[in-house]
Design a protein around this ligand. Sequence first.
Ligand code: FAD
Length: 541
Amino acid sequence: MQIMGSQTSAFLKDNNLLLHKIIVVLLLTCTPESNTNDLLPSSNSYSSSAPSSLMHLPFDGHLSFDNLHFAAQDFGGVFSSLPLAVLYPRSVSDISLAVSHVFQLGPSSDLKVAARGHGHSLQGQAQSPGGLVISMESLQKPKMRVFTGKSPFVEVPGGELWINILHETLKYGLAPKSWTDYLHLTVGGTLSNAGISGQAFRHGPQINNVYQLEVVTGKGEVLTCSEKQNSDLFHGVLGGLGQFGIITSARISLEPAAKKVKWIRVLYHDFSSFSKDQEQLISLEDAFDYVEGFVIVNRTGLLNNWRSSFNPKDPVQASRFSSDGKTLYCLELAKYFDPEVDESVDKEIERLLGKLSYISSTLFMSQVSLLEFLDRVHVSELKLRESGLWEVPHPWLNLLVPKSEIDDFAREVFSNILTGNSNGPILIYPVNKSKWNNQTSLVTPREDLFYLVAFLSSAMPFSTEKDGLEQILARNQKIMELCKVKLHGTKQYLPHYSKQEDWEAHYGSQWEVFMRRKLSYDPLAILTPGQRIFGNKIRVT
Ligand code: FAD
């Protein structure tokens, strides 16, 4: 049965039917993939009247058919598709008008709409081949506003950057609780995924720290949603890969901002003591405020690089430490404190570190402001930009690996698949699901404890060696194959698939709910084509 026009509403009335038997068939297969050498206007088959009808809509902002190349690019630098037009909205009604218009073109139109945050997707997820891109950073309403009180929150537009939110909330001595490692990303972009960093073991990801959203659905309706109001839409949109609505504003919960941060790094020779210590730390209620870690493969002179920002506890011992090119594991911790109140913070840290089994000569510490700590990746960004290494392809792979599979994963990947430098950081740290709300659209492993493993590689343009795009993609493929064949509980984070059966496998038992929500909130599959989950139309049998 193909859902179209009046059939749609009749069908949607009977959601029970959906729950029993949903098999989704793509009428047209997923959007074709292209690479940077293959800039489109893609073979768009939208109705020829669509561009002119868009042109005549009375927007408060403006619609542009020129200078579209930025909307065909992203941080990944691998996929690129030109849109037909970019909308720079000045009001929520601009977004609603555009989406309602496309919805009213009906099922025979192939015109799609993608919200674009800061364009830091990795595989074209914010692109709309031959369609409309909405530049969310142009939406400056509602004006960012902090609400103090017992449960403080900040209300922000969907295209606001997290770094701006931090600056604004710090004026009130407050800050969001859960972060990403890099803050030059938008609220709508990270809430469509999850927003995971070293605070997630305690507070859950960013999607679990939101009180309320305003959303424009795929039918153009503007709806407010929260745990209590339109809760199905609320849960659907959080981690929903932009499939159910465009987030136009969000209320994000806040906590008192730390005055200072002790930022700590220690090294391990073996993965099992490293992960055992990480797991111990995230099980403690009042230990550290941030727990992450990374793998160091084949790097020499690493400790010398750290010396500009970290002090070794024992400089003599630290200078004698040599990695001999072996794989090392670095545990990274942060303790928030107020120097005027927490006089014994050093003793407390010493006590906590005393429980760990890192290589004793490799304790490095630094004291920084909360802003310096949270915005730390921006410092690297500036350096990389200077040397022309920021705007290179980023074939990243992010995985969520259940605890029961992490030892096998580490053995196979760090000893066999990764034979040399990965040309970028490899993050690895555990989180506990008890702190996560499992009603959202985010897919995680089934176990209570799982690891985020992120291969954040940069590809050197024109290289055919290990640091070239082809070789890094081939390595990612090997890791994915390993997961498919042996590590069945592992899930992709920031998922990217181009075959429908892979999306179904990714969602597993959550696929039915995902489909039901798609049919309720975006029945013509207008929104966010760059995720490549649905083709032009959804057909249900
Ligand atoms: P975009 O790339 O513009 O959009 C992402 C997706 O969301 C697209 O599908 C888009 O259509 C959709 N979208 C955008 N805005 C909206 C909206 N308002 N409503 C609905 N849908 C919308 N992630 C983590 O979880 N933890 C990290 O520590 C982390 N670190 C990162 C570091 C760097 C340097 C980079 C580049 C990325 C990092 N990420 C991290 C990944 C990041 O969260 C995602 O790439 C995110 O999507 C980027 O946000 P953006 O604002 O650029 O979104």
